[in-house]
Ligand binder design. Structure first.
Ligand code: PNS
Length: 168
């Protein structure tokens, strides 16, 4: 039987438990999930592309069905290069819908053979985003339960280091 696969793109700066939840749900439907980490230097991510890829690889080290790769350019081109025609996106709330709708239809207009699958994370993560996690961690709040344990530690170290650089 043919292997089914899907691509799960995002910035993952950093990966949250909401992302992990979506990847696990995706694995219930597809044999292989390619986590595609956007190289977005213009957005000035907190973690480098290499760091974001490595963090996700570490979390899913025991799951050979999860592949983590960096990409730039059009998502649909990268999906095709990976031999997949399915894009997974998480939908947390109605507020996500407009942006996701626009992106899904743009992708469909660029590549009619590629379908976007929306998956809802657990309600526990419906308020969660990488932005919120970075902000809370940056202000000294706890992100326990919001990101995988190793990511919380890396976030703390990264923020401590960036504070040292800023304070003369
Ligand atoms: O987690 P994010 O930051 O909301 O992910 C956004 C992402 C990476 C899915 C989106 O920016 C993207 O697909 N970028 C690649 C460029 C592209 O294909 N643009 C056309 C679709 S609008």
């Amino acid at each position: 039987m043919r292997e089914t696969s899907a691509i799960y793109p995002g910035s993952f700066d950093p990966i949250t438990n909401g992302h992990v939840d979506i990847i696990e749900r995706g694995l219930k439907v597809f044999d292989r999930v390619v986590v595609a980490v956007l190289k977005n230097p213009k957005k000035h991510p907190l973690f480098t592309t290499k760091e974001r890829v490595k963090m996700i690889q570490e979390i899913f080290a025991s799951r050979k069905e999860v592949e983590v790769l960096a990409f730039d350019g059009l998502l649909v081109d990268f999906a095709r290069a990976q031999g997949t025609t399915v894009v997974i996106r998480g939908l947390r709330a109605i507020s996500d819908f407009e942006y996701e709708f626009q992106m899904a239809l743009m992708n469909r207009s660029l590549a009619p053979d590629i379908e976007t699958f929306f998956m809802m994370p657990s309600v526990h993560y419906s308020f969660l985003s990488s932005n919120v996690v970075r902000e809370v961690a940056g202000l000294g709040g706890s992100v326990e339960g919001l990101v995988p344990g190793p990511i919380a530690r890396k976030l703390r170290n990264k923020i401590d280091r960036s504070k040292k650089v800023q304070i003369p």
